[in-house]
Ligand binder design. Structure first.
Ligand code: GAP
Length: 442
């Protein structure tokens, strides 16, 4: 049965993955907080991406730039003039909506009235002030994309990283957009994170590199446990592309609320570097040692929202088994949830479960926990029946449970139980770390 948003949101709250932001104060629209398990999942996604794009490649370097930037950056980039969504007001109920997503078209989604104002552009950048004066001279913006810092830092990176074209710069960080209608849980937020790459190429190479990144993006989807039939590639028409893009293809995931953008690939040409060169009067060119020419590199940009990725990963992993599935010790008639997360992304890699709270079993189990914790996030659970404890771990996607029983004290072995197959193997305690690292692949 396909998962509903209600079920997923409920699991996230009940098990401490994700909560509404500022909850005791009735929340703040468009913000969510990642709880103890959510932060592990999110960090694992970011780490897995960084490993693939920075650590394992020779042609990409990392960056962690300031969120606040000189406001001239946003004038040069075109965001002050052009980063706007069309806003309409309903004259009847006074609600405000994004004109291009009205459902039904031309009518207020809240009261159904067709008495709407004309659409006017609403700039989505959050404004703030730098220093104690709240005047236009000290006004700047919270960045609406991480990309601009990569462009602004291009001359410094070129001078220090000693890279030749083609090469890229990767960054993970917060972005802020004052969305007119945030919603659908983590899908449309006002504060979110992006994982972006600006990949600099010679102009003639852009089509080949664009195709290579489209393939990388699909490989990344597979690493996140998302099969090709769960998403579609969609080319943007000329009139829907962002102002900086000459070609855009989105990976659209089949969310429960419709097929929507998860991951975008844009050909930004030399637009951004040229704009910053003109506005700052600094040199943003690249000297080609072979042709002895100065060029302004062109840019291919694969960009994905971390929060949308978290949402897609959770939706994909969520499995509900009607009537439960039997364990060695007991079966239930309740529906059971198993989060079949890729092992690399699971918040907790191993749970250690002593069959009894009593000594010397508990001490033995704690000794195992201490050793495993040097390698992985480990949970310890000695409350309730072993079947119930397995189900608690299945529900949060823990790939392996290690059960310490009375026989362990005699034969020095523990039982390793697999989340997906539910198979159980007896493993000698000295071999446990090696066995689990083979299984986990890390
Ligand atoms: N630098 C290019 C850029 O920002 P974008 O398509 O506007 O392009 C890139 O955003 C990605 O950021 C999207 O594919 C989406 O995953 C994520 N994203 C954009 N707006 C978002 C929002 N309001 N809430 C959550 N994620 C968002």
């Amino acid at each position: 049965m396909p998962v509903t948003m209600e079920k997923l949101v409920s699991l996230c709250k009940r098990r401490g993955f994700i909560f509404p932001g500022s909850e005791p104060y009735s929340g703040l629209a468009g913000t969510y907080d990642y709880g103890p398990l959510g932060v592990e999942l999110k960090n694992n996604i970011k780490r897995a991406w960084w490993k693939r794009v920075v650590q394992q490649r020779d042609d990409i370097v990392g960056l962690d730039a300031a969120i606040l930037m000189n406001p001239k950056v946003w004038e040069a980039s075109g965001h002050v003039a052009g980063f706007a969504d069309p806003l309409v007001d309903c004259r009847k109920c006074k609600a405000r909506h994004r004109a291009d997503t009205l459902e039904p078209p031309g009518a207020c989604p809240q009261c159904g009235s067709e008495d709407l104002t004309d659409a006017r552009p609403f700039n989505m950048m959050f404004r703030t002030f730098v220093g104690p004066m709240e005047d236009t001279a000290s006004q700047t913006y919270l960045r609406p994309e991480t990309a601009q810092a990569i462009f602004v830092d291009f001359p410094s990176i070129l001078a220090t990283a000693r890279k030749k074209l083609p090469f890229g710069v990767a960054q993970i960080g917060k972005a802020f957009r004052n969305e007119i209608t945030p919603g659908q849980f983590l899908f449309r937020l006002r504060e979110f994170e992006q994982m972006e790459i600006e990949y600099f190429v010679k102009p003639a190479d852009w089509e080949r590199v664009f195709a290579e990144w489209l393939q990388f993006m699909q490989d990344w989807m597979a690493a996140c446990g998302i099969a090709p039939e769960r998403y579609a590639l969609r080319e943007h028409a000329d009139d829907e592309r962002a102002f900086y893009s000459k070609r855009t293809i989105d990976i659209e995931y089949h969310f429960p609320f419709g097929q929507k953008e998860l991951y975008g690939l844009a050909y930004r040409t030399d637009y951004d570097l040229t704009q910053h060169a003109q506005h700052s009067k600094q040199d943003f060119s690249y000297f080609d040692e072979v042709t002895k020419e100065r060029i302004v590199p062109h840019v291919i940009e694969p960009s994905v929202g971390v929060d949308r990725m978290v949402l897609a990963v959770l939706l994909e992993a969520y499995h509900e088994i009607e009537g439960g599935r039997s364990t060695t010790t007991e079966s239930t008639k309740e529906a059971e949830v198993v989060l079949k997360l890729p092992k690399e992304l699971a918040p907790i890699k191993v749970a250690v479960l002593p069959l009894s709270k009593k000594e010397p079993l508990a001490a033995k189990a704690q000794e195992i926990v201490r050793e495993l914790r040097t390698r992985w996030m480990v949970a310890y659970d000695d409350v309730a029946s072993i079947g119930r404890r397995y189900r608690r771990q299945d529900e949060i996607g823990t790939p392996y449970c290690v059960t310490v029983d009375f026989a362990s004290l005699e034969d020095g072995k523990v039982t390793v139980r697999d989340r997906d197959t539910m198979t159980q193997d007896r493993i000698a305690i000295p071999d446990l770390v090696g066995h689990l690292s083979d299984l986990l692949g890390c």
